[in-house]
Design a binder for this molecule. Sequence first.
Ligand code: ATP
Ligand code: ZN
Length: 311
Amino acid sequence: MSMCDCLNNKDLIKGQKRLRIAIQKSGRLTEDTEKLFKSAGIQFELNKNHLLSHAQNLPIDILRVRDDDIPGLVMDHVVDWGIVGQNVLEETMMQRATDGLPIAYKEVMKLNYGDCRLSLAIPQEMQWNGFECLEGKKIATTYPFLLKRKFKELNINIKTVMLTGSVEVAPRAGLADAICDLVCTGATLAQNGLKEVETIYTSKAVLIGRDQELYPEKQATADLIIPRLKGVMAAKESKYIMMNAPKDKLLQISSILPGAETPSIIELEGCEDRVAMHVVSREKLFWETMEELKKLGATSILVVPIEKMLD
Ligand code: ATP
Ligand code: ZN
């Protein structure tokens, strides 16, 4: 066996053992993705200039690429997992289907970040009378497939102008009559003299995987990591609530706590009619709820963030 064959074999075996995950190199999904991985105990260097980083403590490799390339890398089996917005995933799938490329993947889990909407926006001075007023008009977008699908459903003819950036300047530049772009707050639209009129697609980040069985070593890593990622997301939404409460109000108190699990009740020394109550609540706790708890006789109410959860 030549030296070269040895190296190839070694790389191949390494490739079979380490779970390879593609993430956005730098952009709106990057920070949240890195935070999620860090909280799940995946330690890797944060140097964005490295295309491939090896996790130091787990058999995981992180591939940093443009978000647009992530669905294709998963569907072409170059990586095992990828994190991408549903908008990019669906758009790429339609594009690939048109090009006759494979589009199979599986959704490993939805993530709790990357929320945005794909909306239609028109110049502020233009009157909006529903989708029909765009009949025959030019719409600039980065998502021509999602846009065309919507207007096909509506049976309205439009022309699409494909732009990969600065879509919001298209109407002013005379390139299009309207735009279809991702919106979060709408501030960019307003700055460009546009108003949002309809949302055609809502999106969040998803973790997708190749539609194929993983090698056993990679599957073992996936089985370890999935509950951790879910645990990190569940913890973010959850709170640990502690209070002292009158025994005869415990039922009422439990019923107003949002998404609460069965509480632990702890006797308070030298106190007959009051107990300490500890409970994990799966939802955000608003000031209004805390004030209601107080009205029911609860005291020393503490709401504590949870760092990790494993069900
Ligand atoms: P890349 O250089 O990787 O191609 P990009 O400019 O295409 O980056 P970003 O603007 O970083 O992409 O957005 C990446 C994804 O983040 C979007 O496809 C979308 O799913 C999501 N996203 C979340 N919030 C927003 C927002 N306010 N505006 C745009 N996209 C958002
Ligand atoms: Zn992109």
